[in-house]
Design a binder for this molecule. Structure first.
Ligand code: ATP
Ligand code: MG
Length: 432
């Protein structure tokens, strides 16, 4: 493939797209293949929608004489190579981040902090895979001074592949927990996959930021010449956890002012400290960084607060895995503010062989606290009953659960709702 020619086309384009429904005039359309579609077939539609070029990988879809068809061996590889070529033209710091939980939250916080001083680009939403990372790189405006790239993984080798494309110069891992166990080959595989980012940074003399409160990560600091540690005894700033009831409160060492954020859950403290530390590293004033963190308001069901009559609901229906469940239950267990507490937990997906064992552990975790009502809903979460308090309720199907919620007419309850995305537990809120 002639990468320089493709890059020229890219420079003359208005951007790239892989979805005919979201094409803007002058876009380059990459015809990717999925399990149920072959976008080569959509090339004419893309041109109709305004694309200036279509990158296809099956000759039979090309139209002879029409120069708007750009034939390559593999459209996905072409997209990734173009992104890497683009990356090389940008001589700016790129901060890569991965981890089992909290990637998007950390990315958004860091973005909020860095953009107080720099023209900053960051992954939009959750575009963090082998297609999203190239799209993110190709969307970075020319005058950008720093970019933040979220990297997600389903299997070993994924993060290495993304690092090869994005070539981060700085990076951090939010944490190493139990997520996507199925594809990664158990906890060892998760560790190996996430640390592919650190490996890349070590080989390329990049800078790592390490959460010293995470035992696994802090152990890795030894492998680097100059790791930047946070949150306490930090090299750039010391951030001190104050409380999380429900919003995280923190303080910066040397200043007694307690700051209150819009983020729920003690686990968000690491994400906050990370953003402040990296901000300081890049020369953002602490005051501006703190203001940016305080102003950040999470959306999309990532630990949102919903008020329903006299009830306060912590809606965390965006995703769930064993480690995020554990921290969410612990945080909720310590919260106060209402007369009663109810915890509603749904299934965790993608756990492979660990499915039963990890759901059973939820039973143990909820037993540590005095919740007034404990509800489980879903298929796998039935396993929690073996270790949960006897009075726990189980609803295999959402309909019976909704009816029960509606009939119960709860008042003065603090309620946690958490389950995997596929469970769509946000739908329960209407029935409380
Ligand atoms: P994805 O894999 O979907 O990209 P993510 O890693 O980007 O997820 P976020 O979207 O930031 O994660 O957060 C999802 C949920 O993870 C939050 O609602 C919260 O329950 C939990 N979470 C966030 N930060 C942490 C953390 N540091 N430790 C544990 N759990 C966390
Ligand atoms: Mg994310």
């Amino acid at each position: 493939m002639d990468i320089q020619l493709l890059y020229q086309h890219f420079r003359n384009s208005s951007g790239v797209s892989t979805d005919t429904r979201h094409i803007s005039k002058g876009n380059i359309f990459f015809a990717l293949k999925g399990p149920n579609f072959n976008a080569n077939e959509f090339a004419p539609k893309a041109l109709e929608a305004g694309a200036s070029l279509v990158v296809i990988d099956e000759e039979k879809f090309a139209v002879a004489g029409d120069e708007r068809y750009f034939l390559v061996d593999d459209a996905l590889t072409a997209l990734q190579q173009l992104a890497n070529y683009r990356r090389k033209q940008l001589s700016i710091p790129i901060i890569g981040l991965t981890g089992s939980n909290g990637k998007t939250t950390s990315k958004e916080l860091l973005h909020a902090v860095l953009k107080t001083k720099y023209r900053t680009a960051a992954t939009v939403g959750n575009l963090n895979n082998h297609i999203g990372v190239p799209l993110t790189l190709l969307a970075i405006p020319d005058d950008t001074e720093i970019a933040i790239i979220e990297m997600g993984a389903n299997k070993q080798g994924d993060i290495k592949e993304l690092c090869d494309i994005a070539d981060p110069t700085h990076g951090f891992i939010t944490n190493i927990g139990k997520a996507h166990l199925e594809g990664m080959g158990g906890p060892e595989g998760v560790l190996k996959t996430k640390t592919e980012l650190f490996q890349h940074l070590r080989e390329n003399k990049g800078t790592v930021f390490i959460n010293s409160q995470d035992p696994i990560l802090s152990n890795m600091a030894k492998r680097f010449e100059n790791p930047v540690l946070y949150p306490t005894k930090g090299d750039f700033c010391e951030v001190v956890f104050e409380d999380a009831n429900p919003f995280v409160q923190f303080r910066v060492e040397g200043d007694s002012t307690i700051h209150t954020t819009h983020l729920i859950g003690a686990y968000n403290f690491g994400n906050i400290a990370n953003a402040l530390t990296i901000g300081k590293f890049f020369g953002v004033s602490m005051q501006e960084a703190v203001e940016a963190v305080k102003a950040y308001n999470p959306s999309n069901m990532r630990s949102q607060l919903v008020e329903k009559r006299s009830n306060l609901i912590i809606l965390d229906a965006y995703n769930a895995n064993p480690s995020s469940m554990e921290v969410a239950i612990d945080t909720f267990g310590k919260m106060t503010g209402k007369k009663h507490k109810m915890i509603i937990l749904g299934d965790m997906y993608e756990l492979g062989d660990s499915t039963e064992e990890e759901h059973a552990k939820l039973g143990e975790l909820v037993s540590k606290y005095e919740f007034d009502k404990i509800c489980f809903t879903g298929k796998y979460v039935q396993a929690a009953l073996s270790k949960a308090p006897m009075r726990s309720l189980y609803f295999p199907d959402p309909f019976s659960f909704r009816n029960w919620l509606q009939d119960s007419k709860f008042e003065d309850h603090l309620i946690l709702i958490k389950g995997s995305r596929g469970m769509k537990l946000e739908g329960l809120v209407d029935f409380i």
